[in-house]
Write a protein that binds this ligand. Structure first.
Ligand SMILES: *[C@@H]1O[C@H](CO)[C@@H](O)[C@H](O)[C@H]1NC(C)=O
Ligand SMILES: *[C@@H]1O[C@H](CO)[C@@H](O)[C@H](O)[C@H]1NC(C)=O
Ligand SMILES: *[C@@H]1O[C@H](CO)[C@@H](O)[C@H](O)[C@H]1NC(C)=O
Ligand SMILES: *[C@@H]1O[C@H](CO)[C@@H](O)[C@H](O)[C@H]1NC(C)=O
Length: 466
């Protein structure tokens, strides 16, 4: 009711502003250069998603002009309004929100000028009312559609239709946090205009299609949080524009292909929580733009001594924990002057901790706990004081620390490390450290992601719709 009042008020205002033009009581069609077929397709589409009760002809006689519908944008083509953006889901108070028993509206495909289509929080009931993406008709939108987004729809099940491969103008395909399953169609590799492909948080199986390697304009590839298996395709080396590659949390196996070294623009590489083995590929050192490298929780093995770490000048977060790494901590890591987060914990590392590591100007967390590091820690009390438990060296039974003359051994000591020549200090519940470690890792990473997003959005690509 309140909404209605507001609306009629704004209609009155609009009428006052347009006192020369015909208004209430006049023939709307004179005023509204929108073809009846387009108007009907829009209303029917909305009714199918929102509910049959929705009848916009009363409230929105002119949905593209003076009384626009929230979530609908239009453009003029040859003197007529056409719908170009349709966004369904509770983004704003007065958004078009999906009804309870939604079907996928076939009327959608009559909106022939649609550039951007998005569904957020729309299909919600995976068991009672699963909805699949229609397998046909998408080709009808091929001439116009640039951005297609299904986000947070747990009731959206079934697979990605192969016909998506015909959406040749698509620049952004976002299918995150839905209930989608099955293999990814090879045909996605035909979407040569694609800048962003985000498939995170579904239950996709099978391997990453090799055809994706042809998408040489792709900036973001995110397949994280699925059940993808097999090896990383060698063709990934063809993604030469890529800024972000995230395949965290799948069941990928085999090695990191050498071809990855071609991705000279890459700023983020996250392959953590997979089954990657065969050591850390030396090709990683070719990634000279990398800011964030996350490979933790893989049975990778091998050592990191012979990589030219100094090449990765921009690296701010290096997370290599729980990878069964052997050998030592290379001195060359201390050439990473931008480093803020270093995670080497829970490996099988041996030898000394490079003393210069304390001189890294921006470092806020260094985790080397849970290894078999040896020797004496001789960092300054200022270092221990500044880092607190974000310097994690516990769980290295053969490691001890020395204090300067006259220093209180308890005030600024590395947590969980014994004083040289004394017994092991029993440290408290391990759980506590883990949460500290995770919290700071998240902090660092989110900072970077923010930086990264600012970067991306500064590209001012027209297709981005939040
Ligand atoms: C909306 O309702 C009006 C009358 O209340 C009717 O004439 C019109 O056909 C309806 N529109 C749709 C799209 O159902
Ligand atoms: C360590 O990595 C293995 C896979 O290599 C994984 O199964 C395990 O859960 C990881 N441990 C932690 C604490 O994440
Ligand atoms: C350290 O951080 C500051 C502030 O974020 C930044 O301006 C500076 O460039 C960083 N130094 C290095 C070596 O990355
Ligand atoms: C740790 O390294 C020492 C030699 O520095 C070795 O004697 C010991 O067996 C190693 N411990 C483990 C658990 O590998």
């Amino acid at each position: 009711m309140e909404k209605l009042k507001c609306l009629s008020f704004s209609i009155v205002v609009v009428c006052l502003l347009r006192f020369t033009a015909p208004c209430i009581g006049e023939d709307e069609s004179v005023d509204t250069p929108m073809k009846t077929s387009e108007l009907q397709a829009l209303y029917s589409t909305i009714q199918d998603f929102v509910g049959k009760w929705w009848n916009g002809s009363d409230l929105y006689p002119d949905p593209c002009g003076w009384t626009p519908i929230q979530g609908v944008s239009c453009d003029l083509y040859d003197g007529f309004w056409y719908v170009t953006d349709l966004s369904i889901g509770p983004v704003h108070d007065n958004s078009l929100s999906c009804g309870e028993n939604v079907e996928f509206s076939p009327h959608l495909f009559a909106l022939s000028h649609l550039k951007s289509l998005s569904f957020f929080n729309c299909f919600l009931l995976p068991r009672r009312r699963p909805v699949s993406i229609p397998a046909q008709n998408w080709e009808l939108l091929a001439g116009s559609l640039e951005s297609l987004e299904f986000r947070s729809n747990p009731g959206l099940t079934g697979s990605v239709p192969a016909v998506f491969g015909e959406l040749r103008n698509l620049q952004s395909l976002v299918l995150t946090e839905n209930g989608l399953t099955g293999q990814l169609p090879e045909s996605i590799g035909n979407l040569f205009e694609l800048r962003r492909l985000n498939l995170a948080g579904n239950s996709f199986t099978g391997s990453i299609p090799g055809s994706l390697g042809g998408l040489n304009r792709l900036l973001i590839l995110d397949t994280s949080g699925n059940s993808l298996s097999g090896t990383l395709p060698l063709t990934l080396g063809g993604l030469t524009a890529l800024l972000k590659l995230d395949s965290r949390g799948n069941q990928l196996e085999g090695g990191i292909p050498d071809e990855i070294g071609n991705l000279k623009s890459l700023t983020l590489l996250d392959l953590s929580d997979n089954r990657l083995s065969s050591g850390v590929s030396a090709s990683i050192q070719e990634l000279s733009s990398l800011q964030e490298l996350v490979l933790s929780n893989n049975p990778t093995g091998g050592d990191i001594m012979n990589l030219k770490w100094g090449n990765m000048r921009c690296l701010a977060a290096l997370e290599l924990s729980n990878m069964s790494l052997t050998g030592g901590i290379p001195d060359s890591l201390t050439e990473l002057k931008s480093l803020r987060f270093l995670g080497l914990n829970d490996n099988k590392l041996t030898g000394f901790i490079p003393s210069k590591i304390a001189d890294l100007p921006n470092v806020t967390a260094i985790y080397v706990h849970g290894n078999n590091l040896t020797g004496e820690l001789k960092f300054s009390e200022g270092f221990y004081g500044r880092m607190g438990r974000r310097f994690g060296a516990w769980g290295n039974p053969n490691l001890c620390y020395r204090v300067g003359v006259g220093l209180e051994p308890t005030s600024y000591a590395p947590f969980g490390v014994k004083l040289c020549g004394s017994e092991v200090i029993k440290y408290e519940v391990k759980l506590g450290h883990d949460s500290v470690s995770r919290a700071s890792s998240r902090f660092c990473v989110s900072g970077l992601v923010l930086l990264f997003m600012v970067l991306i959005f500064n590209f001012s690509l027209g297709w981005h719709h939040l």
